[in-house]
Every structure is written in structure tokens, then in C-alpha cells.
Design a protein around this ligand. Sequence first.
Ligand SMILES: [Fe+2]
Ligand SMILES: [Fe+2]
Length: 226
Amino acid sequence: MNVQELFPETFDLVTKAHKGIHGGHDIHHATRVATWAQRIAMNEWGDQCVAKLAGLAGLCHNADRLIEHQYGHGNAPESATRELLTSWLETSDISVDELEIVLSAVLNHGAKNSANDSRVKKALADADKVVNMALDLIIRSGQLYHDLPAVDHVWFVNDPEATYLNPKSSLKDIWYSPAEWVDPSCPFCFCTSLGWRIGEKRAQNLTDYIQTLRAQMEEDGIVFKE
Ligand SMILES: [Fe+2]
Ligand SMILES: [Fe+2]
């Protein structure tokens, strides 16, 4: 069963809260993450209960982004996110303990991997990365960073001053996902076997795109700095 069938009331409430939102944090992103979170949890632990909670966490995981719409990027107070999440989760039939597990997974899903991570957090974090590596990332990054150049014509993706928060070109933003999430030494890398399997496949698609583009631009006469 998908999250809409498992949690119809919560699904309706969360869908309404996303009304008018398009882009990387719309309801479609939430349901895609929910689907992968359920699959990843089932594949990793074979536990219906964990899979159900992981799906619910996926459905609700845009909460901080919705709060950011009110307070501005990076300024969402955790208490407001917690309050919104609680109001959604209370419409499901989960226990108080389960609610805490989902709440904490959602609030921490963007944090580094830790030995204390719950199964729900692991499944949610990997699902979010899997979905964020699908090829619509390329279009979304162009929309998000419409003020930046599409491609750095000097450094390509090797500008030593570019960072994740200031990628300096849209292509560099796209480059970070395949470069970091499938690097086992990165504290944000995948942590489940299905996450790794799908992540590596999607990373290869993105890497192929980036390498093909570089070859095309070199054919066009661009010489990049190393
Ligand atoms: Fe996220
Ligand atoms: Fe997400």
C-alpha cells in the first residue's frame, strides 16, 4: 500500500499544505520520497512497521521547507516545524512513541550519518537522496539558481572557491550529488543497500551528463582551467 492508502487523512492534510508550491519541495517530491523510503526500509529490514513509518516520514519531510516559505530560507524556527509536523502526524493512527520517531527522523534527515540514527531516519535520508538524484535535478537546479551562470566557462566544475551553499554555477550544484553521496568517506553518503544501489545508478547518469557536456563544450572550442 502507498502512503495515500495507509494514511488517507494525513495525506489530504499534507497535500493541502503544499497547495501552490511547485519545484523541489512540492507534494510530488514528498510522495516520491515516501515511495522510496518504504521500499528502502522493506529491502533493508523486511519490517512492515518501519516501512510504514518511513513512508509517513517521506510524506511529511517537506515541513521545514513549508515553514521557510513564511520565515525565509534558512530561518525556519524548529519549534514551528515541529508544531506543523505534529499537527499532521496526529491525524495518523500511529502511537506517541512512533510519532516521536517520525518527527525526529524528519527534523534530522539532512544531518550527517550517525551511529544513533533510527531506521526511519536512515530510510528517509536515503530516499530523499535517491529522488534528488533523478534527472529532473538538472531542470530544478536551473530554476533554483536562475541568477547564476548555467555552466562555469573557465573552471567547469573545478572552481576552488565554489561551495555547496555557493556553487557559483548551476552545473556545479548538480555535480555535488553524484560526487558526495556515493563517496563512502562522505558523512552524508548513502547508508542502506538499496539506497547505494539506486544512488550509484543515478550518480552514473548525472556523471555521464556532466562528462558529455564537457566534451561538447571542448568541441565548441572552450579550454577549461584545471
Ligand atoms: Fe530533504
Ligand atoms: Fe526532500
